[in-house]
Design a protein around this ligand. Structure first.
Ligand code: GLP
Length: 240
């Protein structure tokens, strides 16, 4: 895994956006794998700024998001669909019909997971996948467990993740307890992966990811199996 340790969040966001921009410039009809959470917000703001300046063209880009709460309506302000619309899609020249997020309002979650998996695989995987990391080492909603799933699936969220994400909801009780998430194999099918981490709260997870072993107790450690992964982080997340 390559490591780019930045001085601060702004620099981390610029470096990440630069790598995404390079993919779009080299392949205008690329597939971007997108993540939610607070970490990539700065990267998305940079992409918006590049698009505003006419440096970046999203008109032929397709996006696939990692995950979505279940059940949740796409109109719910806490849904990942709403997040993506407001943090990126509404502000760039992308065709919203080419933006895909697992459907948290599907009646049959398992069927939606299977449909989404087939869809992402049919696209050939993402040209670049953006990831954040949970403080317990999760990626997307692949939580630490005895076994991990290769494909998109329905998962129960851990108490730690519900607690971590409660800040976006009125209370922890309102955080959905399940999610639809790409599996480890879906994520690893991306041609290139960048994983962003900032702040002291991510230090332990980053340390476990870089420990040199692959363990289901730290799903992010599976990224060590991929040939083209870059960790872009700040000093707080990296230095012990
Ligand atoms: C969420 C998302 C992940 C994200 C992580 C970290 O639960 N499912 O994709 O990377 O938690 O979130 P944040 O960036 O807000 O710390």
């Amino acid at each position: 895994m390559k490591i780019i340790c930045c001085n601060n969040y702004a620099e981390m966001s610029c470096v990440g956006a630069g790598m995404v921009a390079d993919v779009i410039k080299n392949k205008p009809d690329c597939v971007l794998g997108l993540a939610t959470g607070s970490t990539p917000e700065g990267l998305y703001a940079e992409l918006i700024s590049m698009c505003d300046k006419g440096e970046l063209d999203f008109s032929a880009v397709t996006t696939v998001n990692l995950d979505e709460y279940y059940p949740i309506s796409p109109e719910n302000e806490q849904s990942y669909r709403y997040f993506m619309n407001t943090k990126l899609f509404d502000h760039v020249n992308i065709d919203k019909a080419n933006t895909y997020v697992p459907d948290g309002s599907a009646a049959d979650a398992a069927a939606e997971a299977a449909r989404y998996e087939a869809f992402v695989r049919g696209l050939g995987g993402a040209d670049i996948q953006i990831l954040g990391i949970g403080r317990n080492g999760h990626i997307a909603f692949n939580e630490p467990a005895e076994a991990l799933h290769p494909a998109t699936h329905v998962t129960a969220l851990t108490a730690d993740t519900i607690d971590a994400n409660a800040r976006f909801f009125a209370s922890a009780d309102e955080v959905p307890t399940k999610a639809l998430t790409m599996g480890m194999g879906t994520i690893l099918s991306a041609k290139k992966i960048i994983i962003l981490a900032n702040g002291k709260g991510k230090r332990e997870a980053v340390k476990a990811m870089l420990a040199g072993t692959v363990s289901t107790s730290c799903p992010a450690s599976f990224l060590n199996l991929h040939a083209d992964v870059t960790l872009i982080c700040d000093r707080d997340a990296y230095e012990g």
